[in-house]
Design a binder for this molecule. Structure first.
Ligand SMILES: C[S@@+](CC[C@H](N)C(=O)[O-])C[C@H]1O[C@@H](n2cnc3c(N)ncnc32)[C@H](O)[C@@H]1O
Length: 318
């Protein structure tokens, strides 16, 4: 079985500062690469709560962890839910909070490997790209076939696809004859819009278009906006929250929420002062974003765009 290669493992473990017996939530379990390392550190007295919005990924991660720790591992529970649901899950498990949360955002390499999931422009498959078809979200095909030219172009331009306008125009022109159903049809169209000289750059011409559509299909930026606060507020005093993003839009949201949460608290007597809904305070663990090492970026191209940020909830024992 081939698993997703986890990024920045050393750096993440360093900032999370886990102990034997810690309670940890991995909000994006995937195939469990990070969770395996976490489970080793927290040991039999620890507790691991794994979440993934994609039930297929959750199953892979769960099976891997259960096989690796038939005995002697932490107490583990697994939930096919988005990380926004963390508070709800902790309440159901009778837990006040956790010592650490990890979010490793975006897609799993297994999503891209499986043509039938419709995430990849490298292989032909249904134009889908949803983490979970049962959530009622739109597929990439729904977006491509039903959005206006203006909406499509805005979506692509916002994802740094400089040819967003001509690509949107061409999509709308072609779909009049036949709606898009396959990844290869869309990849081919984007390729054809690129001038020949621009087709052999560092990344494939369809990269940004597919990424923009996948992010929209799963409302990934909305999920970050809602979920990062939930995860921060689930920390126990002294707990840490590490978040790895791969996309500038995601990182911008994480950065802005972390900045807001770690700002020095205004006068506590001022009833109008900004605070979290729980009234808890945070401090930065990382100054700015931490990037992967040169060796890792060389070995794993996905690590090149990774940005790690971490905050801690104030209080608790050092
Ligand atoms: C980069 S992978 C995580 C890989 C994992 N750390 C590992 O080592 O195998 C991201 C995972 O997050 C999941 N995911 C994406 N959005 C999510 C959300 N809102 N809530 C929970 N999981 C999500 C995806 O299904 C995917 O499996």
């Amino acid at each position: 079985m081939r698993y997703h290669e986890p990024v920045m493992v050393r750096e993440i473990l360093k900032v999370l500062d886990l102990r034997a017996g810690s309670t940890v939530a991995d909000g994006t379990l995937g195939t469990g690469g990070h969770a395996m390392e976490i489970a080793r550190i927290i040991g039999p007295k620890g507790r691991l709560i794994g979440l993934d919005r994609d039930p297929r990924m959750l199953d892979l991660g769960r099976n891997r962890l259960r096989e690796a720790f038939p005995t002697g591992g932490p107490t583990m529970s697994f939930h096919a839910r988005p990380y926004e649901a963390l508070r709800e899950i902790l309440d159901a498990e009778g837990l006040a909070g956790v010592d650490a949360v990890l979010l490793d955002l975006g897609v799993n390499s297994l999503h891209l490997d499986d043509a039938e999931r419709g995430f990849s422009f490298m292989q032909d498959g249904p134009l889908d790209g949803r983490f979970n078809e049962n959530e009622g979200t739109k597929s990439m095909a729904d977006i491509v076939n039903n959005s206006s030219e203006r909406e499509l172009s805005a979506l692509l331009l916002a994802n740094d696809e400089r040819l967003g306008r001509p690509i949107a125009r061409e999509i709308v022109h072609r779909r009049r004859t036949k709606p898009f159903t396959r990844t290869a049809e869309l990849a081919q169209l984007v390729w054809s819009v690129y001038p020949p000289a621009g087709r052999h750059g560092r990344i494939h011409p369809a990269t940004r278009t597919f990424q923009a559509l996948r992010i929209a299909a799963n409302d990934e930026l909305g999920a970050v906006d809602r979920g990062v606060r939930v995860c921060a507020e689930a920390l126990l005093p002294g707990g840490r929250f590490a978040c790895v993003s791969f996309h500038s839009g995601e990182d911008r949201i994480v950065k802005s929420i972390f900045r807001e949460l770690t700002q020095p608290r205004p006068d506590p007597n001022n009833l109008y002062s900004a605070t979290t809904s729980e009234g808890i305070e945070f401090e930065a663990v990382t100054r700015g974003a931490v990037a992967s090492s040169d060796e890792e970026a060389e070995a794993n191209p996905r690590a090149r765009s990774a940005k790690l940020r971490c905050i801690a909830r104030k209080g608790g024992v050092a």
